[in-house]
Write a protein that binds this ligand. Structure first.
Ligand code: SF4
Ligand code: SF4
Length: 144
């Protein structure tokens, strides 16, 4: 039921050109090196992901929201931080989309742009000084 409601919310979202063409979406695409527009929403990535029970957005929903430029929603969700980088989704994707790399790109975009994320309860000063890879590995382990 929760998944169904989340799906309806995604379907009912307004698509804005400026969001689809936003710099942040293009950064996520550049860093991940994957063409998110090849996704046809089959859901095989989410069906195989071992972490979906803990994610606010499922992997295929993250890809769909990225396609329509909703960077704020995907950056604020806990999904990228819960992702264990196991690569199951990437292996299962019939379209060759590197979903695990998209999750990594999302983490980098949030950290590099100092975007607010309710999961990142850490001072800006520390974020500036710590190497991003240290933050990412630490947060993967300590987040719920
Ligand atoms: S498996 Fe690939 S094509 Fe299917 S929903 Fe996931 S990203 Fe899209
Ligand atoms: S890489 Fe992340 S999103 Fe993909 S299946 Fe593994 S935990 Fe799920």
């Amino acid at each position: 039921m929760i998944y169904f409601i989340a799906l309806i919310q995604v379907i009912c979202m307004q698509i804005k050109t400026e969001e689809v063409l936003s710099d942040l979406i293009h950064k996520i695409i550049d860093i991940s090196g994957t063409n998110i527009w090849k996704c046809y929403q089959c859901g095989k990535c989410s069906a195989g992901c071992p972490m979906v029970d803990f994610m606010e957005l499922l992997p295929h929903q993250v890809i769909r929201l990225a396609q329509i430029g909703k960077w704020k929603e995907i950056c604020e969700a806990n999904t990228a931080w819960i992702c264990a980088a196991c690569l199951t989704c990437s292996v299962r994707c019939p379209r060759g989309i590197k979903i695990a790399e998209v999750m990594e790109a999302l983490r980098q975009v949030v950290l590099r742009n100092r975007l607010s994320n309710k999961r990142l309860n850490i001072s800006e000063e520390r974020i500036r000084r710590l190497p991003p890879i240290a933050l990412i590995s630490a947060y993967r382990k300590i987040l719920e």
